[in-house]
Every structure is written in structure tokens, then in C-alpha cells.
Design a protein around this ligand. Structure first.
Ligand code: DOR
Ligand code: ZN
Length: 356
């Protein structure tokens, strides 16, 4: 048995308000606990998007009634809410800027719209940028110009990790995260698991799955990568198999088993895991201690990932039938056993807003 700290996932989509048929704070935070996470930072591309005090309260009210693990909610950067968003910084996980197109309405096309956010958002809280390739380089340039931190969400490409490495070497305040699906799946989804039968819609995700060379470069540069984040983005299996499949993969319940499997294959160490799933996200996002909180994993348990065993409401996983080694047995959150042997043991509402 290995004991880990309560893990932090800095990138989760809970779909509340507006799309609770995909997920809500109850099902999503249950999935988090089952995956060994005790804090989730939730994204603002909901319906409506979270971009002012009223919409932030909509999400936080739902979370306070339903969440079973601790959480904080991001505010989204819109074309004209820089001042408002900055005024909410103490109550928010951070500011999320969508600089490339993805699911939802939040999107800043024009760099003149980035400027006020980089100027105004308090420097002690991070700006998280969904920015791929050249827009990522531009976001890093903004961090340098405004001398403030920026955290790059879900990097996936060789060029991205190389530019981040160079920027860090020059003292620019940039950090980044990578998602398990970008570490374990290639463009053709012929990674080292059984992926036959995965339909085109189920492959849709932003950033797109990259090529083997990109994946290999991410693994070779793990020291440049600050955090593992799931980008848990549940869409129902019916939506994924429809003619217009939305992008996104669920990930809360598969991240730790996949990464523990990598540990068992000596591709990663337990100290790497703790650094990228606890120490670094805690520091980057300025998160408080959770007293009497830990996760017990059986590092020798071998089993197959099955969507039917998961708490997420979306009812599928891109890792169906993958054999993994390493299972979450127990999660203790603030002195209470919150999860044990497949069962959630704390009530909806037990989770706390760590920014309140
Ligand atoms: O694949 C994705 N799905 N990428 C994102 O950036 C958004 C997410 C979602 O909200 O579904
Ligand atoms: Zn996301």
C-alpha cells in the first residue's frame, strides 16, 4: 500500500450550470474522489459561462450543495469583463482564457482583448490559457511583457514543450500541465492499449491527439511539465457517437491508475507523481493545506478499466478495457473516509470551496 497526499486536479469540467445530463458537482466530485483527487479546479465554459459575480454564484451555489470533495471555480475571460473578473479573483480558482476554439462560447480572438486581462488580473493568482502552438507562444510573450505568471493548459505538442522549456530557462513565469490522454494516446489511437472500436466521435478532443513523436517528446521532458491535469470533459456516449460529436474525454477516474501503471513500468516515479499532482498545483494555484487528508493506493492491483465502474455520468472512457496496475483503495478528506473500496462515503455538500 502506498500513501499519497490528497491529489489536486487543476482542470475539470463539471458542466454545472447548464449541462447536468453530462455531469454535475455531485457525480463529478464523486468521480474525483474515486480517482484520488481531493481538490478540483472547475472550468467556466458552462451554460451560461462563468464570467461575472452572478454566474460565479450560480456555480458556487450548486457546488456548495452537491460537491463531495473540495473545489474552486475559475472565472472566464470575456471580451469586456477584465475589471469584473479581477474583482472576483479572491473568490475564484483563477482566470481562464480561451485563446483557441473549443467547446463553449468563451473565446478571445483578438489580442487586444487579452491585454486588459493580463494587465488587471491579480498576479498572485494564475491566468490559465487554453492556447495551442503559436497562440501559446503569444501567451508566454504576454506573461513576459506584463511580468506575471501564466499557466498553459493541456500541452500536447513537441514544439510546445520545447518553447516552454526555453521560456523557463529565460526566467519567464510560465508553468504548464499535460493530460494523461496526451501521454497515452496517439493520433491514430493505436497507443499501447486496446483501442479497436473507438469511433471517430470518441477520438474528438481539444487539443487534438498528437503524433507519436509529440508523445515521446512529452515523456522525455517530464521535468519541464509542472502538473498532470485530467481536463475531465464529460460528454455522454450518445453525444460522442452522434453526427456532431463534441470534443472531450472523461479523465478523473483513469488518470491515477494510468500514471501508476507508468510508475510500475519505471517511466515515472512516485515522487514525480506527488510533485505533479500535489506539490506543484498547490503552489501554482495558491491552494491551502487540507489537514488529515490522504489517499491509499494498492500499487499491485491489476485490473481492467470499465466505464460501468465509474461515477462520471458520461458513461464511457477512451481507456475502456485497458489493463492497469494501481488502484485507489481509500481516500480520507479532512478526517473523514470519503471513499473506500469503490464506495463514496461522504454526503453531497461535504466538499468545501477552498477560496471561501
Ligand atoms: O476537448 C475538450 N473539451 N477541450 C476543451 O478545451 C474543452 C472541453 C469541454 O469542455 O468539453
Ligand atoms: Zn478543459
Amino acid at each position: 500500500m502506498i500513501k499519497l497526499p490528497g491529489l489536486i486536479d487543476p482542470h475539470v469540467h463539471m458542466r454545472e450550470p447548464g449541462a447536468t445530463h453530462k455531469e454535475d458537482f455531485d457525480s463529478g466530485t464523486s468521480a474525483a474522489l474515486a480517482g484520488g483527487f481531493t481538490i478540483v479546479l472547475t472550468m467556466p465554459n458552462t451554460k451560461p459561462p462563468i464570467f461575472d459575480a452572478e454566474t460565479l454564484d450560480m456555480a458556487l451555489d450548486a457546488a456548495s450543495l452537491k460537491a463531495r470533495c473540495d473545489y474552486a471555480q475559475f472565472v472566464g475571460a470575456g471580451p469586456n469583463n477584465a475589471e469584473k473578473a479581477a474583482s472576483l479573483a479572491d473568490k475564484a480558482a483563477g482566470l481562464k482564457m480561451y485563446l483557441d476554439s473549443t467547446f463553449g462560447e468563451l473565446r478571445l480572438d483578438d489580442m487586444t482583448l487579452w491585454q486588459p486581462h493580463f494587465e488587471k488580473y491579480p498576479k498572485q493568482y494564475p491566468i490559465v490559457a487554453h492556447s495551442e502552438s503559436r497562440s501559446m507562444a503569444a501567451a508566454i510573450l504576454f506573461a513576459a511583457i506584463y511580468d506575471r505568471p501564466v499557466h498553459i493548459a493541456h500541452i500536447s505538442l513537441k514544439e510546445e514543450v520545447q518553447i516552454i522549456k526555453a521560456a523557463k530557462e529565460r526566467g519567464i513565469k510560465v508553468t504548464c500541465e499535460v493530460c494523461p490522454h496526451h501521454l497515452f494516446l496517439y493520433e491514430d489511437l493505436t497507443g499501447f492499449g486496446n483501442l479497436s472500436g473507438l469511433t471517430a466521435g470518441r477520438k474528438e478532443v481539444r487539443p487534438r491527439l498528437a503524433e507519436k513523436e509529440d508523445v515521446d517528446t512529452l515523456w522525455a521532458n517530464l521535468n519541464v511539465i509542472d502538473c498532470f491535469a485530467t481536463d475531465h470533459a464529460p460528454h455522454t456516449i450518445e453525444e460522442k457517437d452522434s453526427d456532431n460529436p463534441p470534443p472531450g474525454f472523461p479523465g478523473l477516474e483513469t488518470a491515477l491508475p494510468l500514471l501508476l501503471t507508468a510508475v510500475s513500468e519505471s517511466r515515472l516515479t512516485i515522487p514525480d507523481l506527488i510533485e505533479k499532482m500535489y506539490t506543484n498545483p498547490k503552489k501554482i494555484f495558491n491552494l491551502p493545506d487540507q489537514p488529515e487528508t490522504w489517499v491509499e493506493v494498492d500499487e499491485n492491483a491489476i485490473y481492467e478499466i470499465k466505464a460501468e465502474d465509474q461515477f462520471t455520468r458520461c458513461n464511457w472512457t477512451p481507456f475502456e478495457s485497458w489493463q492497469v496496475k494501481g488502484k485507489v483503495r481509500k481516500v480520507v478528506l479532512r478526517g473523514e473516509t470519503a471513499f473506500e473500496d469503490g464506495k463514496i462515503l461522504v454526503n453531497a455538500g461535504y466538499g468545501k470551496n477552498i477560496r471561501s
